[in-house]
Design a protein around this ligand. Structure first.
Ligand SMILES: Cc1cc2nc3c(=O)[nH]c(=O)nc-3n(C[C@H](O)[C@H](O)[C@H](O)COP(=O)(O)OP(=O)(O)OC[C@H]3O[C@@H](n4cnc5c(N)ncnc54)[C@H](O)[C@@H]3O)c2cc1C
Length: 394
């Protein structure tokens, strides 16, 4: 039996929609609606848009009917929040959040926890009191462990152990930081479980870390306790999650062996650049070094400089930022009158927020910055000082 011969020209003529102007065709009537469904990328994009955000954001991860219910919050304009009512399992993300403020590393730990939780699990963030905004970062549940202001590793470890016993998470992730790493080791000791530290690659099915001076890579199925290296996993970028409060029975106060444990504030003026959290730098565009130093002190920032100023003897050599100076890990870098030569930019690759003040809109430093002021540094510095004085900070 032979297949009936098609006459595409006749089919096309039959599908033509009557009317003047550009020829239009009704493809469904022509039979092309059968078989594989035709995609409509524009409609898909509109359907994936998360409402309520000023900047357009799209949920590309949940097109395929994941077992989550979407509970739109009361105002129509609010973002759709993903709710996992009855998770198959929990993944705990233990956050440093110094002073209640989440670090980039904390965000990455939440992102890693979301990767392990997938569609059927839920992420429970175990954060110090005051850490907020966890839902958009991937937390389905939030429980408070300790106070961000006080240094009490033993008390925090006891509270963490109680939380882990109460929630029985499938995995517990920490940032590999002095604080997070210490807590992870204390928990491993208390529970007698092995810790897989410094994970550099993580997926739902495997975790790997370097060993023996990076000559060996150790790989395993994601273990229960692990610490995550910085920049190993991207933060969560999907739609906001519920961040529902998850209470648990507090732990009895532990026998503290530490007699005196407190944080000693470091003087930003003498903090080594490589470990400083906030660095303000001057370049060749700064002529009023005195105003610059007063501003750095008022901001509580560590002063830095470009090589040109160090070569000219206007700033000490120890303050040079860049490839042949110090490589920064600062959360915030504020550059006054610096062009942004490649050798200088190498020193700020690890900075989370970069701000630049420069008269040249096309300076590489402005291109690198998240926020730029195109203005004379000599005018901006006193204006900032005056604003700080008004706020009572200087
Ligand atoms: C091997 C090698 C290693 C180096 N290592 C380093 C290093 O570690 N660190 C480093 O910094 N450099 C280093 N350099 C030097 C580097 O190449 C640049 O020469 C240097 O960074 C330039 O410094 P600058 O941006 O302050 O000065 P300039 O290049 O002179 O730029 C000055 C900037 O200030 C702006 N400006 C001018 N007037 C004003 C104003 N009134 N208000 C605001 N902005 C103004 C200008 O638009 C310009 O963008 C190295 C060079 C070499 C060859």
């Amino acid at each position: 039996m032979t297949r009936a011969r098609r006459d595409p020209r006749a089919e096309r003529a039959g599908a033509r929609v009557a009317g003047a102007g550009r020829p239009r065709y009704d493809l469904a009537a022509r039979g092309e609606g059968r078989g594989r469904l035709r995609r409509d990328p524009r409609a898909e994009r509109e359907a994936a848009q998360v409402t309520g955000d000023a900047r357009p954001r799209f949920d590309r991860g949940h097109r395929g009917g994941a077992p989550v219910s979407e509970a739109a919050t009361a105002p129509a304009a609010a973002a759709k929040i993903l709710v996992v009512d009855d998770p198959a399992f929990l993944v705990a993300a233990v956050l440093d959040a110094p002073g209640g403020r989440l670090t980039t590393h904390d965000r990455q730990v939440l992102g890693a926890a979301r990767t392990l939780a997938g569609a059927s699990g839920a992420v429970v963030a175990l954060a110090p009191e005051g850490a907020g905004g966890l839902g958009p970062l991937g937390a389905d549940r939030v429980a408070t462990i300790g106070d961000a202001g006080t240094y009490d590793p033993e008390g925090r470890a006891a509270t963490l152990a109680a939380a882990v016993a109460a929630f029985a998470p499938r995995h517990v992730l920490f940032p590999e930081t002095p604080e997070g790493g210490d807590l992870a080791r204390r928990l491993a000791l208390a529970t007698g479980e092995a810790l897989f530290p410094d994970v550099e690659r993580l997926s739902a099915s495997s975790a790997s870390r370097p060993a023996r001076s990076r000559r060996v890579e150790q790989r395993t199925a994601p273990p229960r306790l692990m610490t995550l290296a910085v920049d190993a996993v991207a933060p969560y970028a999907g739609p906001p999650r519920e961040a529902r409060a998850a209470p648990f029975a507090p732990a009895p106060a532990p026998d503290r062996s530490l007699r005196d444990a407190r944080r000693v504030a470091a003087d930003p003026a003498t903090t080594p650049l490589a470990v400083a959290d906030f660095v303000v730098s001057a370049g060749n565009g700064v002529t009023d070094i005195e105003a610059f130093m007063r501003l750095a002190a008022a901001l509580g920032a560590t002063p830095g400089a470009s090589r040109v100023l160090c070569d000219a003897g206007l700033m000490p050599r120890a303050s040079q930022v860049g490839a042949s100076g110090s490589v920064l890990t600062a959360t915030c870098y504020l550059a006054f009158g610096i062009a942004g030569a490649p050798q200088h930019l190498q020193g700020v690759t690890g900075c989370e927020h970069v701000l630049a003040v420069n008269t040249d809109l096309h300076a590489a430093m402005i291109e690198r910055a998240g926020l730029a002021i195109v203005q004379d540094a000599q005018a901006v510095m006193p204006a900032l000082l005056a604003a700080l004085e008004r706020e009572g900070a200087a």
